[in-house]
Design a protein around this ligand. Structure first.
Ligand SMILES: *[C@@H]1O[C@H](CO)[C@@H](O)[C@H](O)[C@H]1NC(C)=O
Ligand SMILES: *[C@@H]1O[C@H](CO)[C@@H](O)[C@H](O)[C@H]1NC(C)=O
Ligand SMILES: *[C@@H]1O[C@H](CO)[C@@H](O)[C@H](O)[C@H]1NC(C)=O
Ligand SMILES: *[C@@H]1O[C@H](CO)[C@@H](O)[C@H](O)[C@H]1NC(C)=O
Ligand SMILES: *[C@@H]1O[C@H](CO)[C@@H](O)[C@H](O)[C@H]1NC(C)=O
Ligand SMILES: [Ca+2]
Length: 527
């Protein structure tokens, strides 16, 4: 009980007071109505909602059973870890139970019997929900803190990871980083990732057990040493780029890279005193609800914001159906002290009945038509309610009308298609001979060359003759002595009588001269 009170007092500045109600019923000159505020859930002990994973397989002690000893009593190796005996087992869940007075329960790794191969363990905590840290992360190690470790975080449910803090008894040697302290950071470097030597040096395993990720010290840069000036912190969280995200996580990972050494070198003759043992991981934070909820509940295995302001989603990250006449926005801590709700607005609330499906922030009244219409529809939409796709785009059948991806570009082939419009399933209108959804193919018996043209020759009906070969359906390559589209004509000399086909220019001139001569001989022409 005393512990609980102490806990409450400890969280007091961050848990109570500001931004804890989303709306209140107020009476104004126009009568009673709701007033809306930016709001956020209370901070909670996030270890109660976490799922944990320990890697690699077989790193947890007790299978097979193993003896270990402590740095204080290195030659009395009487402690035993046995996974099959509940009294001697040390499974991962013991990092998250409530500690009874005096009796620590802990997860424990195997000992470093494989030395000099490193003893590595990853402890990954996942919430399947974005969490905003409001207090220090505190990891308690029984039997000594690691001499090298690293904290990583993810903001996307474990798809990508980023370093959060490095810990070593010698930062330069372990990570080639200078040792720094969070207390020495300034307003411009409050979200710097650093290496600290404060939590890795040997001081006796009973004396200094905790490794911290200092959230309070970073808040104190803005809010003062006792976090009294929270207004300043909230103002900075709103304005400093990346600062809010720095304290937001969906997952955390402790990478344990070298165990406690007892203040000396590794003693190969007694490797049973080197291992990791974590009795508690305290993570205090609140659900990230984008300042649209003051409650966060554990439902169906994960945390969910109870969204207000007509927002919805796990983090209240979008507008509810029929409340999309404006684009969604997060609430804001500003102006102090109540912030701005930036609520989603119902279709029809702003003007007449003008829903824009979130593709426009503006409506305008057109006098002579007596209609209200959305202005500057984004995401390639158009129409009074941004409910159609622009020319050259078609409707994405797997997207709702308020989805940013609702319109897909037609991408009609410029040469093969009549124009750049397409029908509702994305098919373009093709020119003669072209085919395919985008008109970038040719029908059978057509070939592609800056468009589709009917085949000149092929291997079936339009065969090249007299030994000619068909070149890419475009023309016959004729052997010497033949010509014509299908090499069907033999070339002939001008003066050969048996030459079939059209007479040559030379031949016709000869015929004319011959005719003139004949006429002369007959006396018809006076010379
Ligand atoms: C721990 O996680 C890191 C990635 O964050 C990975 O590279 C490494 O191999 C993991 N180590 C073990 C022992 O699973
Ligand atoms: C994560 O949360 C989402 C939203 O509540 C839920 O649909 C999903 O099943 C959860 N995933 C896991 C692995 O719990
Ligand atoms: C949300 O919608 C309800 C129902 O239409 C309305 O009464 C309420 O005022 C809306 N809240 C906000 C913050 O706009
Ligand atoms: C269609 O919409 C869905 C849902 O938003 C999206 O995942 C998909 O990428 C969209 N398709 C295209 C081709 O843009
Ligand atoms: C679009 O055009 C294609 C090809 O002409 C056709 O198969 C399809 O049915 C058309 N879709 C619609 C919705 O008209
Ligand atoms: Ca415990």
């Amino acid at each position: 009980m005393l512990y609980l009170v102490a806990l409450l007092l400890h969280y007091l500045p961050l848990a109570m007071g500001q931004y804890d109600i989303c709306k209140s019923w107020v009476t104004t000159d126009d009568g009673p109505s709701w007033e809306f505020y930016a709001c956020q859930p209370k901070a909670m002990r996030m270890k109660d909602y976490v799922t944990v994973r320990v890697d690699p397989a077989g790193i947890t002690c007790g299978d097979p059973p193993e003896r270990f000893c402590t740095h204080e009593n290195p030659y009395l190796c009487s402690d035993e870890c046995d996974a099959s005996n509940p009294d001697l087992a040390h499974p991962p869940k013991l990092m998250f139970d409530s500690e009874n007075e005096g009796l620590a329960t802990y997860w424990q790794s195997v000992t470093w019997r494989r030395y000099p191969e490193p003893l590595l363990a990853n402890i990954t905590l996942s919430w399947n929900k974005s969490i905003e840290l409001t207090d220090d992360i505190v990891i308690t190690f029984e039997y000594g803190r690691p001499t090298i470790m690293m904290l990583e975080k993810s903001l996307d449910n474990g798809r990508t990871w980023h370093p959060y803090q490095y810990y070593a008894d010698d930062c330069m040697e372990a990570f080639s980083m200078p040792a720094r302290r969070v207390r020495d950071l300034s307003t411009t470097s409050a979200n710097r990732v650093l290496c600290t030597e404060e939590y890795s040096r040997w001081a006796g395993s009973k004396k200094e057990k905790t490794v911290r990720f200092e959230v309070r010290d970073r808040f104190a840069i803005f809010a003062g040493p006792d976090l009294k000036n929270m207004d300043n912190l909230y103002t900075r969280l709103e304005s400093a780029k990346g600062l809010k995200d720095f304290f937001t996580v969906t997952d955390l990972r402790m990478r344990l890279l070298r165990p406690a050494l007892g203040g000396t070198y590794v003693q190969r003759e007694n490797l049973y005193k080197y291992f990791y043992a974590v009795s508690n991981v305290e993570v205090i934070g609140r659900c990230k609800c984008n300042l649209h909820a003051n409650l966060c509940t554990f439902k169906e295995g994960s945390l969910q914001c109870e969204c207000e302001h007509n927002t919805t989603g796990q983090d209240c990250g979008k507008c509810k159906k029929n409340f999309r006449s404006r684009s969604w926005r997060a609430g804001s801590y500003l102006p102090l002290p109540n912030g701005s709700p930036n609520a989603c607005a119902a279709a029809g609330s702003a003007f007449g009945n003008c829903e824009c499906y979130g593709h426009s922030n503006r409506c305008s009244y057109i006098d002579f038509l007596n209609v209200v219409t959305c202005v500057s529809c984004k995401h390639n939409t158009r129409g009074q309610h941004c409910q159609h796709c622009r020319l050259g785009f078609y409707r994405n059948s797997s997207a709702e009308l308020d989805d940013e991806n609702v319109c897909i570009e037609c991408n009609c082939n410029q040469i093969g298609s009549m124009h750049d419009r397409c029908n509702e399933t994305g098919y373009c209108e093709c020119k003669e001979g072209a085919t395919g959804p985008k008109c970038d193919d040719c029908l059978p018996n057509y070939y592609w060359r800056q468009g589709c043209f009917p085949n000149v020759c092929d291997d079936e009906l339009l065969l090249c003759q007299n030994g000619g070969t068909c070149y890419q359906n475009q023309r016959c390559v004729c052997p010497v002595g033949f010509k014509g589209v299908l090499c069907q004509q033999s070339r002939c000399e001008a003066d050969k009588k048996d030459c079939d086909g059209a007479p040559s220019a030379h031949g016709s001139l000869g015929t004319v001269l011959f005719g003139v001569l004949a006429l002369q001989l007959r006396g018809w022409v006076d010379l």
